[in-house]
Design a protein around this ligand. Structure first.
Ligand code: NAP
Length: 309
C-alpha cells in the first residue's frame, strides 16, 4: 500500500505555523480581517463560507460577509468591492465564485485591489505567477498541491511531473508553480495522445480533470506519487476523485485521497494568504509613515523591505 497523503494533517501543520504569525501581528495590535462577498444563497457557497468563517475564528482572524441578493446587479457588486478596497481595516477580499453568468467577470477581477486579492482573481497575480515571481498570490488549489508534496518531502527539483488538466484554476497555474520548483512539467489535456503512456513515465502525477475515477492503475508507475485534485459525484451521491483510489493506492508509492486530500489544504492556503496580506499591508503602512517622516516621496516607498517596527 502506498503512503496516504493526508491533507488534514498537512493543513493542521500549516495552521500551527500561521498561529505564530497571527500572534506576532497581535503584538502589533493587528488582526487579519477577511471580507467575503457572496451573491445569492447557493448551498455550496454557504458551506464554503461557513468553513472559512470557522477556520478564521480558530485562527483568531475576523471574517465579515457582504451578502448580496441573488438578483443583485453587476454594479452593486462592484460597489461593494470598491468599498472593501477602500476600507483600511480589511486585509483580504474573497468574492465567492462562480459568479452568476450575467456578471462581467473581467470587470470584477480588474476592480479588486491586488493587495487584498487573496484568491488570485486579479490578472496581476496571474502575470506574476507566469513570470516566475513569488510576490503575488497564487491560486489556492495549485499552491495546496505544492504544499502537500513538500509536507511529505516528495522531491520536486528535477522530477518529471505530469499534470492532467490545463484549466486556469488548477492545471496551468500549477505548471508554473512546479516550474518555479525546478520540476520538469508535462501539461496534459483532452487532446493528449495516449495519456496513460505519458503519466506512467512521470515521478509525480497530478489529476485535475473532473471525471469520476477516470484514472486506473495503468496510468501510474510503481514509484509514482499521485495527487488527486478532482472532485466529482460518482453517480450514487458519493464524492470521488479522478483517480480510482481503491485500485490505485496499493500500486503506487504515495497517493492523496479525493476527500481529506488537497481540498483540506486549499482553505488553509487561503488563510495563509490572508495573514500575508495583513502583514504586507501593516508593513507598507509602517514604511509609509517612516517615509513621510523622512520626507521620501511615497511612490519610491513601494519596493522597500519592511525592517521597521
Ligand atoms: P475544468 O475547467 O473542467 O478543466 C478540466 C481539464 O481537464 C481541461 O483542461 C480538460 O482538457 C481536461 N480533460 C478533460 N477530459 C480529459 C481527458 N479525457 N484526458 C485528459 N484531460 C482531460 O476543471 P477544473 O476547474 O480545472 O477542475 C478539475 C477538477 O478539480 C474538478 O473535479 C474540480 O471539482 C476539482 N477542483 C478541486 C479543487 C480542490 O480544492 N480540491 C479546486 C478546484 C477544482 P481541455 O482543456 O482539452 O478541455
Amino acid at each position: 500500500m502506498g503512503t496516504i497523503l493526508d491533507g488534514k494533517r498537512v493543513a493542521a501543520g500549516l495552521r500551527e505555523r500561521l498561529k505564530g504569525r497571527v500572534a506576532a501581528l497581535a503584538e502589533r495590535n493587528a488582526r487579519p480581517v477577511l471580507r467575503i462577498i457572496r451573491v445569492g444563497e447557493r448551498r455550496d457557497d454557504l458551506a464554503y463560507e461557513k468553513g472559512i468563517q470557522s477556520a478564521c475564528s480558530l485562527l483568531g482572524a475576523v471574517c465579515e460577509v457582504s451578502a448580496l441578493p441573488s438578483d443583485a446587479s453587476s454594479d452593486a457588486l462592484l460597489e461593494v468591492l470598491r468599498d472593501a478596497n477602500a476600507d483600511g481595516s480589511i486585509h483580504g477580499i474573497l468574492a465567492l465564485r462562480p459568479l452568476p453568468e450575467r456578471f462581467d467577470f473581467e470587470a470584477v477581477r480588474a476592480a479588486i485591489d491586488p493587495a487584498k486579492d487573496i484568491d488570485c482573481m486579479s490578472p496581476i497575480h496571474l502575470a506574476c505567477l507566469f513570470e516566475g515571481r513569488t510576490d503575488g498570490f497564487a491560486p489556492c488549489t495549485p499552491e495546496a498541491v505544492i504544499e502537500m508534496l513538500k509536507a511529505y518531502d516528495i522531491p520536486l527539483r528535477g522530477a518529471h511531473v505530469a499534470v492532467a488538466g490545463r484549466s486556469m484554476v488548477v492545471g496551468r497555474p500549477l505548471a508554473m508553480l512546479l516550474l518555479r520548483e525546478d520540476a520538469t512539467v508535462t501539461l496534459c489535456h483532452s487532446r493528449t495522445r495516449d495519456l496513460p503512456a505519458v503519466t506512467r513515465r512521470a515521478d509525480i502525477v497530478v489529476a485535475a480533470v473532473g471525471r469520476a475515477r477516470f484514472m486506473g492503475p495503468d496510468f501510474f508507475g510503481p514509484d509514482a506519487a499521485v495527487i488527486d485534485v478532482g472532485i466529482s459525484d460518482d453517480g450514487s451521491g458519493k464524492l470521488c476523485g479522478d483517480v480510482d483510489f481503491e485500485r490505485c493506492a496499493p500500486r503506487v508509492r504515495a497517493i492523496s485521497p479525493a476527500v481529506g486530500g488537497v481540498g483540506a489544504v486549499t482553505s488553509t492556503i487561503l488563510l495563509e494568504h490572508l495573514v500575508r496580506a495583513c502583514e504586507e499591508q501593516l508593513c507598507k503602512r509602517m514604511i509609509g509613515r517612516r517615509a513621510a517622516w523622512d520626507g521620501i516621496a511615497s511612490r519610491n516607498v513601494e519596493n522597500q523591505t519592511c525592517t521597521t517596527d
